[in-house]
Design a protein around this ligand. Sequence first.
Ligand code: SAM
Length: 237
Amino acid sequence: MKTNVIYYEDCIENIPKRIPKESIDLVIADPPFGIKFTGKGAQYNRKDELVVAGYQEVTAGDYEAFSKAWIQAIFPVLKTTGSAYIFSGWNNLKAILQAIDDVGFITINHIIWKYQFGVFTKRKYVTSHYHILFVVKNSKKYYFNKIEHYPEDVWEIKREYLPGEKKNSTKLPDKLVEKILLYSSKEGDLVLDPFLGNGTTAAACLKLNRRYIGFEINQHAKEVIDTRLAKVKENCL
Ligand SMILES: C[S@@+](CC[C@H](N)C(=O)[O-])C[C@H]1O[C@@H](n2cnc3c(N)ncnc32)[C@H](O)[C@@H]1O
């Protein structure tokens, strides 16, 4: 199997074709939100020309089936000692939790990521948190590197401000992905990200000496991902 590779094709169909069973140590999955998200426009306080076109959304009506399909696809490729971190906004959390249960994953933690830059609202509270489901196949065998004495399940990590930089519509902070890698993988481990976006997981893997396999259906994201990985390689050498 090739590692440190990115497939710009549909993730769900290709996961079983590209990845042997029980070969992945860690999955980091930040799927499309299912809320007609484009990431463009003034509400996100960014210039449209700096946002890469082609972000692939999933319609609300398809979200349940979509979630079930990709969560089912990652289950067999994950090692018994492995774990998955699955991101979800509150809107479609129900579909994700249902799919996690249906597929047979065991939930170890329900982490809250608290961020700044929530979208301004007039008649409701500003959403400024995200859910991260930390799930495993085997609750007795999964790898966990307890770095801190008292690691809490609310993570306050700032979104990055990247003025003038071209980006895919949404990006996880490097610090957040690095935290997951440090807690739930070792050097040399193989990490799968089925929704690579800007390539945050791949870049963090290069930085921390993990191997990666990524999928991103949006071909336009390639330029952003290549630039990001080239920068990390330059700094690592
Ligand atoms: C929330 S973003 C991921 C952002 C990423 N975590 C980062 O830090 O940059 C979700 C990504 O999934 C991609 N996507 C949607 N459907 C997909 C599919 N079936 N296969 C692969 N990627 C898909 C979207 O184009 C989008 O870039």
